[in-house]
Write a protein that binds this ligand. Structure first.
Ligand SMILES: [Fe+2]
Ligand SMILES: [Fe+2]
Length: 265
């Protein structure tokens, strides 16, 4: 049987997330023997977006594919730079005029895998195409090109939309859907329909004593008194959230999903 293991980490938030991941990735690689490492990098640069320097830092760490989300364009100049990064894909349901790859293709044991990123529409005011229809079209067109294994990061706020999208993808014979965006890991990892690895949110890699990776005090001030503030990336001990998924590349399904959570002591 042709199998493949991969690690997928939740939104990396600024330097604490990057450093902690960089420190522990060698150990995690030893433990899980992943063929690929993926992560969501929409908060990797200073908490908001991604740029070329940080994308390269993550790649040098041993990351094979980076997905994004609603913060994709936060870093000045990234619109012009994203096409130069062949290991980064932006949400496929952004308007088609946007630059950037809408999927990444990997190969393992002569089988092709596609990594796709879409964003949800619930509680979002972004300009977005329907993630369901985009996914259906994308899977069909990639399948025509000989790709039969699909891994999806669904970057979304609402749990119900994530489950709806998950079940929808399982009917398309997608092998894995991981949710991102909320920065809080859920404990609902499972094989959906007994064949598709699913978790509604991977969580984040970032500051542990924080609000979703950011310093609590300014956010409390803003919430209580409306005081304008900059969201600053948190500090102190860090944490790391993700999953390890094992896939059967011949039957185009998942065999297992295991949640990973580490907190710096
Ligand atoms: Fe995020
Ligand atoms: Fe997000």
């Amino acid at each position: 049987m042709k199998c493949c293991n991969f690690l997928f980490f939740g939104d990396v938030v600024g330097r604490p997330g990057r450093s902690f991941l960089g420190k522990h990735l060698p150990l995690l690689k030893e433990k899980y023997s992943p063929d690929f490492v993926f992560l969501n990098g929409e908060n990797a640069t200073g908490g908001f977006g991604l740029n070329v320097a940080i994308a390269k830092e993550l790649k040098d760490m041993g990351v094979h594919g980076i997905t994004l989300g609603n913060h994709t364009w936060n870093q000045r100049g990234f619109w012009e730079e994203i096409d130069s990064l062949d290991y980064v894909c932006r949400p496929a349901n952004f308007p088609e005029e946007c630059p950037g790859r809408t999927h990444l293709i990997f190969e393992h044991q002569s089988e092709k895998l596609a990594l796709i990123n879409t964003v949800g529409r619930a509680f979002s005011n972004a300009v977005l195409d329907c993630p369901f229809k985009v996914m259906e079209r994308k899977v069909a067109s990639l399948r025509e090109q000989g790709v039969k294994n699909f891994i999806v990061d669904f970057h979304a706020e609402a749990t119900a939309e994530k489950y709806t999208f998950g079940w929808f993808c399982s009917k398309l014979d997608v092998s894995c859907v991981v949710g991102t965006h909320t920065h809080v890991q859920t404990a609902d990892e499972r094989l959906l329909d007994q064949k598709m690895a699913f978790i509604s949110d991977l969580g984040m890699c970032g500051s542990y004593n924080s609000i979703l990776g950011f310093q609590p005090d300014p956010i409390i001030e803003k919430t209580l008194h409306g005081k304008p503030c900059r969201f600053e990336v948190g500090n102190g001990p860090a944490m790391l959230n993700g999953v390890c998924v094992r896939m059967d590349l011949e039957n185009h399904c998942a065999l297992s999903i295991e949640r990973i959570q580490m907190v710096e002591m």
